[in-house]
Design a protein around this ligand. Sequence first.
Ligand SMILES: *Cc1c(COP(=O)(O)O)cnc(C)c1O
Length: 382
Amino acid sequence: MITNHSSVIELNRKALANNLKFINNLIGDKVTLSSVIKGNAYGHGIQQMVPELQYLGVKHFSVFSSFEAKIAHEALTKDATIMIMGDIAEEDISWVVENEIQFFAYNIIGIKTLLRTAKKQHKKLHIHIELETGMNRHGFEHHQLRELIDLIQEHQDLIEVEGICTHFAGAESSANFKRIQEQQKKFLKGVEFLKIKGINPKKLHTSCSAGIIAYPQFNLDMVRIGIIQYGLWPSKESQLAYGVKHEYETQLESVLSWRSSIIDLKEVKAGNLVGYGTSFLAETDMKIASVPVGYGYGFSRSLSNVGRVLVNGKRLSVVGTVNMNMFLIDVTNIDVKIGDAVTIIGKDGEQAINVSYFGNLSEQLNYELLTRLDKSIPRVVV
Ligand SMILES: *Cc1c(COP(=O)(O)O)cnc(C)c1O
């Protein structure tokens, strides 16, 4: 093991470059790419991903909170824009204003709170007006726009309208087609209204990964791209939709691999139970290996007796229940020794366990599984 932790997450630089090329080909050079690095960069690590993404030309980052914005800001190697799409903690307001961090403005009270600080610090707020268009999560309803316009016009010297935006409620599934079309209509109506009233945003943006695949006509000025930059599809359906349109010109490549190693080997005689409880009975004489990874690190307990890992190019089964810090695998008749690498996600020889396979087995979305990977696991760029 190359670290003192029980496992390591490897980030593949070449795969990331490939995925950015894929995205840039898809959106063209007139649309700005905002790289979404919320959720600890989908589990990949904000600190590690930001310099790599900047190296590949990314100049705009989207995070969820001021907490994440600070980590991203710290990791910047050159100038870039950071945009908060969700929560600004009270204790971070002053930092956000001082550093001209952009943010989604989704209610009046939020803007007013930040305005007080902007006044004090003689700084401008850089806002993206988020419109409520049908997701019913957050954003301005049409009837609230008048009050917003008044507030902005009253504080023109303190508010810069960087953008107007919204978020689609499920662009990864065609079942939501009608709802998203309604959202698009409502968004354009809202934009039109704001423009007539003298609000001139620099950028309009609505689309996520699934959006640029299913609704490219809606890329507008900027797109907010998360999951596909990490090399994963938002859904099976998005993948198929892309394949139909583009006949698989380019493939996405998964950036993340997760590896550990065997720390012990044990012979178990037929008729004995393995691990906690009674979920696994050795029906023949077996050889069992232990791996120091468990649900405490993001290896879901639902992988008990069903998970698969790779050792020396072979696909092996998890036996017994997954513990907090450990799981067991069946290595009967397999040539292994203590210290051999165990690939939990990634490639080993001809075999691969990809994120979506791991996700299917553990009944988790790609998004969910990745963000559950313990933050303390070291992330290394390879
Ligand atoms: C997470 C998120 C995105 C990115 O979604 P992906 O499906 O990962 O591309 C874009 N916009 C908003 C508001 C988000 O919360």
